[in-house]
Design a protein around this ligand. Sequence first.
Ligand SMILES: [Zn+2]
Ligand SMILES: [Zn+2]
Length: 138
Amino acid sequence: MSNYEGQCGCGNIEYCFEGEPINTAFCYCDECQKYTGSDKWFGIWVGAEQFKFTKGEVATFTRKGDSGQDMHHKFCSDCGTTLAIDVCVGNFYSVAASTLLTCDFSPNMAIYTASAPHWAVFPEGVPKFDTLPTEMGG
Ligand SMILES: [Zn+2]
Ligand SMILES: [Zn+2]
């Protein structure tokens, strides 16, 4: 089984997950733009049971998602890197691809593209959704 590892910018927080992701998505929502400082978050979605923090004391910021349920942002209180978001409604973590030590993943879909800034860059040949695909509650 594959094992993936990642860490924050300063290295105080580390995590790993086992097995293959359930989805890989570029998210262009307003919140993702703010905490990445870019047009999108590249989320590697892994089941909650696949994922764990292995080093350091990770900090949590909680907000309500579109579903009305909690989204727990897991970040390093030293360097500010957001490593993953615990998406309660789907029982999965959206792991920041940028924090993986090695990342061969490509996005399967682009979501919340209706919120994207005019300067956003979209991947070629990847389905775009204004919010979420209907089967995911959009
Ligand atoms: Zn850090
Ligand atoms: Zn988002």
